[in-house]
Write a protein that binds this ligand. Structure first.
Ligand code: GLY
Length: 367
């Protein structure tokens, strides 16, 4: 089967790789370079808290989380790239005695014991993450919440895809899908037709524009996220710390990521003083010693968001051979391995292998 995948973000690269391993002839088209957009701008947290396996989204998140150790190992074997899968766990700071009691109850009743949810009192917080401010009265600790270096992950998936036979064409902008007799036959990219039996749109925030040519619209919009990194040598934090208005991700490479805003500003590409000031204020309130660290970089990205905040996965209604995998919003890195697996099984064998009813494009698009 000849497949054109449009979009070289984490979803496009991971799925192109999985499709090639399943025996498909895959061309991957990316308008810039792999991971140049949302996937490269992310923080790489594999965040699960609250996911108890009750809804299809939670099932998807948990299934993907379970794949990560093997994904990291496989990508290292295939490409030599270490995606920095750090498994030290995430701390959710708590500020009142009541919050600590709730956390204890939640930890006791959580069904997924392998996430390792624990409630910590102030003394345990002090022992395990001494740099947290003294106003932190306790914490919910999730041992199973890990993180990866998402920039390395996209590059590793792209390289593994190429090694598996994918033809990666970067710098090509797809303007439309070619539909003949109700079937997708390929795409037009910078005036050139690229043929395929199947077209998979894994573009991040703009599938609505891409498919406007056949009057179908997918209401996927950008949600800007701004972030910064501090030079974190020697490290002050060992764990990922996730509070309401800021999260802190210590990378083995010696950076501490500080994120992130969620803004509805269209495609305004800018890092703003107000956003960076707000993130820094929240970070320093939580960990006062961060105030002395140098800022190494700031950036923004556009998360693809659908109105119900769920991914959009599956066949495009009314056009045979056209598929979509987008709108992963804040969970694209976490969901990439399972998205790649289920889209490959769905496209090649007709079955996604999971309950995907909540994610179908036809909740927005009519054929
Ligand atoms: N997943 C992290 C974020 O959306 O900021």
């Amino acid at each position: 089967m000849k497949i054109v995948v449009v979009g070289g973000g984490i979803i496009g690269c991971a799925t192109a790789y999985a499709l090639a391993r399943a025996g498909c002839a895959v061309t991957l088209l990316e308008r810039a370079t792999p991971g140049a957009e949302a996937s490269g701008a992310a923080a790489g947290m594999l965040t699960l808290l609250g996911e108890s396996g009750q809804s299809p989204f939670e099932n998807l998140a948990i299934a993907s989380w379970r794949l990560y150790p093997k994904v990291a190992e496989e990508l290292r074997e295939q490409t030599g790239i270490d995606v920095e899968h750090v498994t030290r766990g995430t701390i959710y700071p708590l500020f009142t005695a009541e919050d600590v009691l709730h956390a204890e109850a939640r930890a006791a009743r959580h069904p997924a014991k392998d996430f390792g949810i624990e409630a910590w009192d102030a003394g345990q917080v002090r022992d395990r993450e001494p740099a947290l401010a003294s106003r932190v009265r306790g914490a919910m600790f999730v041992r199973g919440e890990h993180w990866v270096n998402n920039q390395r992950l996209v590059v590793a998936y792209a390289q593994a895809a190429v090694a598996a036979g994918v033809v990666l064409r970067a710098g090509l902008s797809v303007s439309r899908v070619v539909v003949e007799d109700g079937r997708a036959r390929g795409v037009v990219a910078d005036g050139e037709r690229v043929d395929g039996d199947v077209v998979l749109l894994a573009v991040e925030a703009q599938p609505g524009q891409l498919v406007a040519s056949f009057r179908a619209r997918l209401p996927v919009e950008p949600r800007r996220g701004q972030m910064l990194a501090l030079t974190h040598v020697p490290p002050i934090l060992r764990h990922c710390v996730h509070a309401e208005s800021v999260y802190l991700v210590p990378r083995p490479s010696g950076e501490l990521l500080v994120g992130a805003t969620v803004e509805r500003v269209g495609f305004q590409g800018a890092v703003t003083a107000k956003a960076i000031a707000g993130l820094l204020r929240a970070a320093i309130e939580l960990v006062p010693a961060l105030g002395d660290l140098p800022i190494s970089r700031t950036w923004y990205g556009f998360r693809p968001w659908a109105p119900d905040s769920l991914p959009v996965l599956g066949p495009w209604p009314g056009v045979e051979g056209l598929w979509v995998a987008t709108a992963h919003f804040r969970s694209g890195i976490l969901l990439a391995p399972i998205t790649a697996r289920l889209m490959t099984s769905w496209i090649t064998a007709g079955k996604p292998g999971m309950d995907v009813r909540d994610f179908l494009p036809d909740r927005f698009v009519r054929g």
